[in-house]
Design a protein around this ligand. Structure first.
Ligand SMILES: C[S@@+](CC[C@H](N)C(=O)[O-])C[C@H]1O[C@@H](n2cnc3c(N)ncnc32)[C@H](O)[C@@H]1O
Length: 290
C-alpha cells in the first residue's frame, strides 16, 4: 500500500494479522475494502509509538502478547471501532420506549434498560431524557439505565457527558435544552474558540440516572448490574458482526430479557434468520416473545 502519499507500508500480511486480532477481540469484520480505513486509524498509533513500519508494529504486538500484555491490542480496539452516533438518533425508538413503559411497569413493577453499544453517550443520555420526561407524571416509576461499550475511551466520554455542537443543532431537539446546559471549557477547543460550536454538558440532575460499564458483547455472561432486562438498545453495532456472532449475541439477549421486553436495533440491521425469540413489532423494533 506504499505509494507517494502513504507514510507506512501496510502489506496484505500485516492487514491479515491486524484484522484477525480485531475480529477475535471485537467481532468486527474487516473485509478487504476496509484496508484503507485500517491504515488511517492505525497510522496514528505508529506515529504515537514512533515506529517506522507496520512490520515493527506487529513485532511490538507479538512481543506484548508473549508476556500477556494486551495494552496495544486495547488501543487497536479503541482505534478500529466506529463511534458515529447522535442524540435521539432514529427518534421513533424513544417514542416507542415512552409508549411501552406503562405496560412494562405494570407487568414487572420495574424497568431495566441497557444501551449495549453506547458509544460516546448520546444514545443513553437520550434514553435518560426520555425516562426523565416520563417520570414527570410517574415520579415513583422504578426505571434504571445501564450503558456500555467495548471502547474504553468512548465509555469515559459517556460518563463525562460533555459535548460540542452547533447552537443550531442543539436547538433542533427541545429536550436537549431541558437536560443540558452550556458551559465554559477550561481549555476551549478550536471549534468552540472559532464559534462554530458551543460546549454543552448533561445537567447534574440527569447525571446520576445512568450507570456506565465497559462491556464486550462477545463475552457473555455480561457484567450487568441487573439480572433481568426489559429494554435493550443494540443499535448500529451488529452490522459489523458476522452471522455466528450475531446469533450467539441474540441468544444471550433472549436469555436476559423478560417476555414482552423491547429490543431496538439499527436502521440498516435486521434479526431475520438470526433469532426466533424476537418478534418484529415495527421498523427496527422487536419484542421478546412470551
Ligand atoms: C456506530 S456506534 C453505535 C452507537 C449507538 N448505539 C447508535 O446507534 O448511535 C457502534 C458502537 O459499537 C461498539 N462496539 C463494537 N464492537 C463491540 C463489541 N464487541 N462490544 C461492545 N461494543 C462494541 C463500538 O465501540 C461503537 O461505539
Amino acid at each position: 500500500m506504499k505509494d507517494n502519499e502513504t507514510e507506512f507500508e501496510l502489506s496484505q500480511e500485516d492487514f491479515d494479522f491486524l484484522r484477525g486480532h480485531v475480529t477475535k477481540l471485537t467481532g468486527i469484520q474487516l473485509p478487504d475494502h476496509k484496508k484503507a480505513l485500517m491504515y488511517t486509524r492505525l497510522a496514528r498509533r505508529l506515529r504515537a509509538l514512533d515506529l517506522p513500519s507496520f512490520k515493527e508494529y506487529r513485532a511490538l504486538i507479538d512481543q506484548q502478547l508473549r508476556v500477556g500484555n494486551n495494552e496495544e491490542l486495547l488501543n487497536i480496539v479503541n482505534a478500529m471501532t466506529t463511534n458515529v452516533t447522535a442524540f435521539f438518533r432514529e427518534a421513533h425508538h424513544f417514542d416507542e420506549l415512552t409508549k411501552a413503559l406503562p405496560a412494562l411497569l405494570e407487568k414487572f413493577g420495574r424497568v431495566r434498560i441497557w444501551s449495549s453499544a453506547s458509544s460516546t453517550g448520546e444514545e443513553p443520555w437520550s434514553i435518560a431524557m426520555t425516562v426523565a420526561e416520563f417520570k414527570k407524571n410517574n415520579p415513583h416509576a422504578d426505571i434504571k439505565i445501564v450503558a456500555s461499550d467495548i471502547d474504553t475511551q468512548a465509555v469515559e466520554k459517556c460518563k463525562k457527558g460533555e459535548y460540542e455542537m452547533s447552537e443550531e443543532d442543539f436547538k433542533k431537539i427541545p429536550l436537549l435544552k431541558t437536560y443540558m446546559e452550556e458551559y465554559e471549557q477550561p481549555e476551549p477547543s478550536i471549534s468552540v474558540r472559532s464559534g462554530f460550536k458551543k460546549a454543552y454538558r448533561i445537567k447534574q440532575e440527569l447525571k446520576r440516572s445512568v450507570d456506565f460499564k465497559n462491556i464486550n458483547l462477545l463475552h457473555a455472561p455480561f457484567p450487568l448490574p441487573y439480572d433481568r432486562l426489559h429494554v435493550i438498545f443494540c443499535r448500529n453495532v451488529i452490522i459489523y458482526f458476522g452471522k455466528d456472532t450475531k446469533t450467539a449475541l441474540f441468544k444471550q439477549f433472549a436469555e436476559l430479557m423478560e417476555p414482552e421486553g423491547l429490543m431496538m436495533i439499527g436502521h440498516s440491521e435486521s434479526l431475520m434468520g438470526i433469532n426466533g425469540d424476537f418478534e418484529l413489532l415495527g421498523k427496527t423494533l422487536y419484542k421478546r416473545k412470551s
